[in-house]
Design a protein around this ligand. Structure first.
Ligand SMILES: Nc1nc2c(c(=O)[nH]1)N[C@H]1C(S)=C(S)[C@@H](COP(=O)(O)OP(=O)(O)OC[C@H]3O[C@@H](n4cnc5c(=O)[nH]c(N)nc54)[C@H](O)[C@@H]3O)O[C@H]1N2
Ligand SMILES: Nc1nc2c(c(=O)[nH]1)N[C@H]1C(S)=C(S)[C@@H](COP(=O)(O)OP(=O)(O)OC[C@H]3O[C@@H](n4cnc5c(=O)[nH]c(N)nc54)[C@H](O)[C@@H]3O)O[C@H]1N2
Ligand code: SF4
Ligand SMILES: [Mo]
Length: 733
């Protein structure tokens, strides 16, 4: 493996860009272009290019740490650290019952890790209290997708379809900063004569590329979509034939839209009626069109309904389940898609099965060799779980998240974490959350281990090991294997990722996210496989161990398996499903469902005391809680600290000049960061990126109001007031 080139994938976002890694004799690692991977065709953003720096032992953990009697974290042996975790979790279980132990996962974990973590919680700990940070990410889009289409997969088509459609509406998505290599698809769309509409309260780098930028007040996307649907009806643009043939529930949705007059919508959103009309024209005139949402409309206490309203617009105009048309969600984390399919979610079993479905319980329990009745029921959602720490949940095992920085109402959550009897964290660096732990385990990361992820297109990928991990670190799978053994469960928690994947295939067989036809070997030979991909044998789960499904793959010159049937030697493997819903939706009757969703205000609207709206998001050079990217010098120089983006009018009222410290105060707390003054934001709104801890932590301010369906917190809207900070050195931490 040493000194050879390994094709693999970036550790960070949901594009999962392909890259080649070559270790050099001096210990550094060279990243080079991997042009054969179609999603990014060699292009990488700065984070991907510099990702190997986080592999360096200068910035990472290389020994387990345990809290000493003096209260500091000190190095310990693996045996000691694992014994302490097993001992503490058993003690809590004995005293408070299995639900006294919580488990928190992440959408950055590979499918194998997410699967094993969910199994560990249910089978070894017997706890229902497991959830993950993906709940903070795209769970509202998932909820809406399931309601409307009967199935949730980020994009129902590959990115390569974007340049060939007629119009894309990007709602609350800023790929120029969050997925830079994907901009190519939108540029090609425009070169081909297609239109790009961006809906964002800020004129982002993405909005600057758009043919039309709509800048609604944060939290009003639902009204905006209703206003557009109203105009679609009023202007006679409904695709009646499609609505009749492929949907259900139109009359109720239509009635709700008709109650939302464009002038009323203009008052709610601040988007003018002519702009609305122009957007409708651009969207409806071409043959095909798409709506893509990201965190802007989703991270709202009405995120599920908001996405539902945009789906309604697609359905009424016949733009779903047809070539080059559809609704899609741009998922976020490296395995944001797969991480929500294999059982680390509170209500879910592998294969995107429901934990409260008796048939699903039977199927998975059989694969796991346990009694279905022994599986706990659904637990709490991420924020509710974190909020219960130190009360009903006394101990927590955390893998792949840094909630001290990234959870809403973070000061409260930090206090909850501190009140735990016991916290164990597996991480690659000493994150702000790991720093509070009783035991920290240093784990291997992307380039040092093999595993699969599922990108935003539903494409399952093999992220290959390219390097030997440093002394002292072990894999997350090793941790779960060893802990299970200490609980007397010797079998069923393999350390080898491929062995886990083979079991995951069987557990997912027949479920909505069916991976049973996918093998490591296939993934190594193809550029990913789109789920659902059932095993050739209908039963799926009957695949013989080690069976070589790939030998029956379609010929290499026909990777999509689209050659006339006669040319493929039977039995063919399933080619995977790049495009969903073309014949039918995944509902019992095959029809998509309209959901009648009236506008409603955000959980916290501005008032006299808190007159300004705060929204939050990302910058290109930092990733999430910053735990990894703040440790990379080049990225940190580019984005060294938090800031408050505000309009010159607000700044003038405050008497703040560029760079002056500004205090942002909400009902949850107060944050201070330098002013960044720009006309690119609405004058009633300020924006803060959330990548930093300390004084400028955006999540000190955010509102944990939850969406009733997805339990997603309202990261994108809360009410604040601004205060000038008189004597102002702003500390970054
Ligand atoms: N550089 C970088 N890239 C990343 C990440 C990162 O942390 N850093 N994280 C990854 C992950 S996990 C995710 S989830 C994705 C997120 O990717 P995006 O969703 O693109 O990122 P955000 O910046 O959170 O939000 C997008 C836009 O929503 C806008 N917005 C705010 N409020 C509203 C509103 O009420 N309505 C509308 N329509 N728009 C609103 C913001 O101004 C922002 O420009 O990025 C992934 N890629
Ligand atoms: N205000 C505001 N808050 C937000 C958002 C927002 O838009 N606004 N966005 C939300 C969204 S969309 C998301 S996804 C969350 C993300 O926020 P977090 O859940 O905090 O995500 P990360 O910062 O990626 O944290 C991942 C942690 O796991 C570690 N890690 C990485 N890989 C591995 C691994 O393989 N194993 C283990 N054990 N650890 C690993 C990293 O070093 C890091 O410490 O933040 C949410 N918070
Ligand atoms: S766009 Fe995402 S996957 Fe691609 S290099 Fe950047 S962070 Fe990595
Ligand atoms: Mo995310």
């Amino acid at each position: 493996m040493q000194n050879s080139v390994t094709p693999t994938h970036c550790p960070y976002c949901a594009l999962q860009c392909g890259m080649n890694l070559t270790p050099a004799p001096d210990g550094s690692v060279e990243v080079t272009e991997r042009a054969d991977f179609p999603v990014n065709r060699g292009a990488l953003c700065g984070k991907g290019r510099t990702a190997p720096e986080v592999l360096s032992s200068r910035v990472r953990l290389t020994s387990p740490l345990v809290r000493s009697d003096e209260g500091t974290l000190v190095p310990a042996s693996w045996e000691d650290a694992l014994d302490r975790i097993a001992g503490a979790l058993s003690a809590v279980r004995a005293e408070h019952g299995p639900d006294g132990v919580g488990v928190f996962g992440g959408g950055g974990l590979t499918n194998e890790k997410a699967y094993t973590l969910g199994k560990f919680a249910r089978v070894v700990l017997g706890t229902s209290q497991i959830d993950y940070n993906g709940r903070f990410c795209m769970s509202s889009a998932a909820g809406a997708g399931i309601k409307a289409f009967g199935l949730d997969r980020g994009l129902p088509f590959p990115l390569e379809d974007i340049p060939r459609t007629g119009c894309v509406i990007l709602v609350g998505s800023n790929p120029a900063e969050t997925m830079p290599p994907s901009l190519r698809y939108f540029n090609e769309l425009r070169e081909n004569g297609g239109k790009l509409i961006v809906v964002d309260p800020r004129r982002t780098r993405t909005a600057e590329q758009a043919d039309l930028h709509l800048a609604p007040r944060p939290g009003t996307d639902l009204a905006l979509a209703l206003g557009m649907l109203h105009l679609v009806v009023a202007e006679g643009r409904v695709d009646e034939e499609y609505v009749r043939r492929r949907t259900a529930g139109w009359e109720q949705a239509r009635a709700v839209a008709m109650a939302h007059w464009p002038e009323y919508v203009e008052r709610i959103t601040g988007v003018s009626v002519p702009e609305l009309r122009e957007a409708v024209r651009m969207f409806c005139e071409p043959e095909a069109a798409m709506v893509l949402t990201a965190r802007g409309p989703e991270q709202q206490s009405k995120g599920t309904d908001t996405v539902g309203a945009w789906i309604n617009l697609c359905l009424a105009t016949g733009r779903a389940g047809r070539p080059l048309s559809g609704y899609g969600c741009l998922t976020g984390q490296g395995n944001g898609q797969g991480g929500r399919e294999h059982g680390q979610k509170a209500d879910q079993l592998p294969g995107y099965r429901k934990l409260d479905d008796p048939a699903a319980r039977r199927h998975v329990a059989e694969v796991w060799g346990v009694d279905p009745d022994s599986l706990p029921g659904p637990g709490r959602s991420a924020y509710e779980l974190l909020d219960a720490l130190g009360t009903d949940i006394r101990a927590l095992l955390l893998m792949g998240s840094n909630p001290v920085v990234s959870a809403p109402r973070a000061a409260h959550i930090e206090e909850r974490i501190r009140s735990l009897d016991f916290l164990a964290v597996c991480d690659v660096v000493l994150s702000e959350t790991a720093a509070l732990a009783d035991v920290v385990l240093p784990v291997t990361q992307w380039a040092e281990e093999t595993g699969t992820t599922t990108n935003l297109e539903g494409r399952v990928l093999l992220r290959r090991q390219a390097l030997t991990p440093p002394e002292g670190v072990r894999s997350d799978l090793y941790v779960l294997h060893e802990l299970a053994a200490r609980f007397g469960v010797e079998k069923g928690f393999p350390v080898d990722p491929e062995e886990v994947f083979e079991e995951l295939r069987r557990a997912s067989a027949g479920g909505p996210a069916d991976y049973s036809g996918i093998t490591y070997r296939r993934l190594a030979e193809e550029n990913g496989v789109f789920w659902p991909c059932p095993a050739p044998d209908e039963a799926g789960s009957d695949l013989a161990e080690g069976e070589d499904a790939v030998l029956d793959a379609p010929p290499a010159d026909d990777p999509a398996g689209e050659a006339p049937a006669g040319l493929i030697t039977a039995p063919a493997v399933h080619p995977g499903t790049p495009r969903l819903f073309l014949d039918r939706f995944a509902t019992p009757d095959g029809r998509a469902r309209f959901v009648p969703v009236p506008h409603r205000p955000s959980a916290e609207e501005p008032d006299e005391e808190y007159p300004v709206l705060l929204t939050t998001g990302r910058v290109v050079s930092q990733y999430q809680s910053g735990a990894q990217t703040r440790r990379v010098e080049e990225l940190n120089n580019a984005a060294p600290g938090p800031f408050v983006e505000l309009h010159p009018r607000l700044a003038a009222r405050l008497g703040a000049a560029e760079g002056d410290p500004v205090a942002v105060v909400s009902r949850r707390g107060r944050a201070v960061a330098p002013a960044r003054i720009t006309t690119a934001i609405r004058p009633d709104t300020v924006f803060m990126p959330f990548h930093w801890p300390g004084a400028g932590r955006a999540n000190t301010l955010t509102n944990p109001a939850l969406d009733p369906t997805s339990r997603m917190p309202e990261f994108k809207v809360c009410a604040v007031r601004l205060e000038a900070v008189a004597s102002g050195r702003v500390t970054g931490d």
